[in-house]
Each structure stands twice: as structure tokens, then as C-alpha cells.
Write a protein that binds this ligand. Structure first.
Ligand SMILES: NC(=O)c1ccc[n+]([C@@H]2O[C@H](COP(=O)([O-])OP(=O)(O)OC[C@H]3O[C@@H](n4cnc5c(N)ncnc54)[C@H](O)[C@@H]3O)[C@@H](O)[C@H]2O)c1
Length: 382
């Protein structure tokens, strides 16, 4: 396959580039360094410095003799994106190139406006570029489980059959997000569903839960290939943050009561899910939706697991419940269905003490680089 990976410099984008390249596919990686620049602006750079995308592709080429083509540019610039589709005519496009942070989207109006503009325009441009150059190209888009919110009913895999006054119809499962960022992901899904209906595009929308992990089998080949690992409040995901907090001696930051339950997955499973979706494509005119998680935990459960493993490794780990800066249910029903990717062949890496210990061991090596000011900023929703 020829695969265009948008957002290739990101936490998930870079390991996806080398995952596909390792398996013999032709990879074209694109990024505009938004996340690198935003992290500098907000003083929350990743724990482990990573070479830029061009340098990473060079390192990968030296180690494996496989070429990844890199283009630095903005996916919201339609002419730039269209030129890439015309040049490479990809079989699949994987869309990671969005502003991915809920707190970032809630900082102020300008960051909210940027999030809407960036996330929706990138998705719109992809739909148009695919239609103009090759409507058969499979669009794989990263959505989020946060689109569904925390409804008091089971969460189905993307769709819901509704019976109303004796008639029946299948609709997108109701979505109600709890941040502006998550709201843009709902709008993305709606945009793609619209173009699937109108133009018959071929789309897989992956409702992904928060990802954790520092390395993949391919990044283990050389430390310089490691994904960018954020532990700050803006770009870090909760489990990655807790491990760094434990190593830094900072109390684990639980927001409110800590009963917030979500579906999680290991970064290695993100690679598998995206790959399985690409190699078993959606049909023309289909919006296929998978819930991309492997197990669910409450925030308190995660904190307790990190505390136990951290203390076994000799760290003194405290847990602290902060006043919740967000507006969200702190205790709620949560029962998502997630069998679609298992049916495609996903072999999950469940969260074990060994996996946590492996993450601790890497973070411990970089303990002196932890910027404690980035751990908790308290970006408020209200
Ligand atoms: N990491 C998670 O836990 C998680 C969970 C659910 C969904 N997601 C989704 O997965 C995707 C990737 O997330 P991530 O954690 O790798 O984020 P990331 O910020 O590390 O990666 C996104 C990359 O896209 C680039 N980018 C953003 N806008 C761009 C544009 N207009 N043009 C070109 N490049 C652009 C950024 O510079 C960045 O390198 C996002 O869409 C996010 O919403 C992530």
C-alpha cells in the first residue's frame, strides 16, 4: 500500500510511519510542527527530546534501508495537500493532523478558534482531495471516545438503532462532548458522514480512548526513534502523566472524585488498530466506526496501580484529589462496546504491572529533565 500519514511528527503519527514502513508499505509523512511549536509556546516540551521529522526519517532509513518521504506543511492549505495526493496517489490516508488537546482548546477564545479551524478544515480538505484525485482512497480518521461523553446507557460501536412510534432507523450514536476539542471531533465525524452519503467515500472513523506508552517494537530499534512523550497537563494523557508525576515525587493529580471512567489502550495497540483498519478497508460508501479501546479504568484505579508499582520500585507516591478544573461527571455509568477491532484480529496488550514497570524504567532515566511547572496548570473549563 501507499499510505499518506498526516500528523506524522506526533505521538501516534511517527510510530505509525515506522510501523507501516517496517511492514513493507510506502509511507509519506506530513506535519507542520504545530505541536512542537505549541509545546515551546506553552513551555511543556516532551520528556525525551526527539529529532525533527526529517531527521527521524533519515535515522530510520540508515537503520532499515527503508525510505519514508517527508513533507513539512499545513494540511489546512488545500493546494499543498492536493499536490501530495496528485504526486503520490495514496491507497489510504491516515488523519492524525489535528489539535488533539482538550485543555488547549479551553485556554481562551483564540485557541478554541484555532482548534475549530484546524480540525475541521483539515478534515474537509482531505475529503475534497480524495474526491478530486481518487475517490477509492480509504480515509482513516482518528476520532475519540470522548465524542460520546458519558451517557447513562451502553455505548454502541458508532451507531444506534432507534425505534420511534412504530418505525425504525439507524443513526450515529448520540454524541455529547465535554470539551471544545471533543466537540470538533464530533463535527469531524458528521462532516465525513455527510461526504460518505453524498460522494460515496470510503471512511473508517476510530473512536480512540486515551493512549499510554512510550515505545513500540519499531522505536525500540534506536532510542532516537522514540515517540514524543508528553506528561504535561496540555498534551499529556493521564497514565503517562501519572508515571512522570510518581517519578518526580509530585502527588498524582486526580481531578475531583476520580470516578471518571474511560477506555484506554497501549500505543502498540493503536498501531495494530490502524494497521488492521488499513489492510481490511471500509467499503465504498461506508462510514465504518470502531471503538478503539482495550479495557476501561477509573482515574482512581489508574492512580492506585501507578502508586503500587511506583512504591515497589522505591518511589514515594502520594495521590491527591484536586478541585476539578473541568466540568465533567466524576461518578457515572460507563459501558462501551469494543468488539469490532478484535473481530479484525487485534491482539491487545492489556495494562499489567510489568508494562507499568517498563514505563517507569524509561521515565526514571530522564528524571532530571522533568519540568515540574508543566505538570499541573489548572486550565479551567468554567
Ligand atoms: N493520544 C491520544 O491518547 C489520543 C486519543 C484519542 C484520539 N487521539 C487523536 O489522534 C490524533 C493524533 O493524536 P496525537 O496524540 O498523536 O497528537 P499529536 O499532537 O502528538 O500529533 C498530531 C500531529 O499533527 C500535527 N498537525 C496538527 N495540525 C496540523 C496541520 N494542520 N497540518 C499538518 N500537521 C498538523 C501536529 O504538529 C502533530 O505532530 C489526533 O487527531 C487526536 O485527536 C489521540
Amino acid at each position: 500500500m501507499k499510505v499518506l500519514i498526516l500528523g506524522a511528527d506526533g505521538y501516534l503519527g511517527w510510530p505509525t510511519c515506522i510501523y507501516f514502513s517496517h511492514r513493507g508499505h510506502e509511507v509519506i509523512g506530513v506535519d507542520n510542527y504545530f505541536r512542537r511549536n505549541a509545546a515551546i509556546e506553552l513551555d511543556c516540551e516532551p520528556l525525551i527530546p526527539t529529532p525533527n521529522l526529517i531527521q527521524r526519517a533519515k535515522i530510520w532509513g540508515e537503520i532499515t534501508a527503508k525510505k519514508i518521504n517527508i513533507h513539512i506543511g499545513d494540511v489546512c492549505n488545500y493546494n499543498f495537500l492536493l499536490s501530495l495526493f496528485k504526486k503520490y496517489r495514496p491507497d489510504a490516508v491516515i488523519h492524525y493532523a489535528e489539535q488533539p488537546s482538550a485543555p488547549y482548546s479551553m485556554i481562551n477564545r483564540d485557541k478554541a478558534a484555532f482548534t475549530i479551524q484546524n480540525n475541521l478544515m483539515s478534515t474537509l480538505n482531505i475529503a475534497y482531495a480524495v474526491k478530486e484525485t481518487n475517490p477509492d482512497c480509504h480515509i482513516i480518521k482518528l476520532g475519540t471516545m470522548g465524542e460520546y461523553g458519558t451517557p447513562n446507557i451502553d455505548i454502541e460501536e458508532g451507531w444506534l438503532e432507534i425505534k420511534h412510534k412504530g418505525r425504525q432507523e439507524r443513526f450515529l450514536f448520540p454524541r455529547q462532548a465535554s470539551s471544545l476539542y471533543h466537540t470538533t471531533k464530533i463535527q469531524d465525524t458528521d462532516l465525513l458522514w455527510f461526504y460518505v452519503r453524498i460522494w460515496g467515500l470510503r471512511v473508517t472513523d476510530l473512536m480512540q480512548g486515551p493512549v499510554y506508552g512510550i515505545s513500540t517494537d519499531e522505536s525500540d530499534l534506536d532510542e532516537r526513534l522514540i515517540p514524543n512523550f508528553h506528561y504535561d497537563e496540555i498534551f499529556g494523557t493521564v497514565l503517562n502523566r501519572f508515571i512522570v508525576q510518581a517519578v518526580a515525587g509530585h502527588p498524582l493529580t486526580i481531578y475531583g472524585k476520580g470516578g471518571q471512567t474511560r477506555g484506554y489502550l497501549n500505543i502498540k495497540d493503536t498501531m495494530q488498530c490502524v494497521y488492521l483498519s488499513a489492510t481490511q478497508a471500509a467499503k465504498q460508501g461506508e462510514l465504518r466506526i470502531f471503538n478503539q479501546v482495550t479495557e476501561t479504568f477509573s482515574v482512581t484505579q489508574l492512580a492506585e496501580m501507578v502508586k503500587k508499582v511506583g512504591e515497589n520500585l522505591g518511589h514515594r507516591v502520594e495521590i491527591k484529589n484536586h478541585e476539578n478544573p473541568r466540568k465533567e461527571a466524576e461518578e457515572h455509568y460507563y459501558n462501551p462496546k469494543y468488539t469490532g477491532l478484535l473481530d479484525l484480529g487485534l491482539q491487545p496488550h492489556y495494562l499489567t504491572e510489568d508494562i507499568l514497570e517498563g514505563m517507569f524504567r524509561i521515565v526514571e532515566k530522564y528524571k532530571d529533565s522533568i519540568n515540574k511547572d508543566a505538570i499541573f496548570r489548572g486550565v479551567k473549563w468554567r
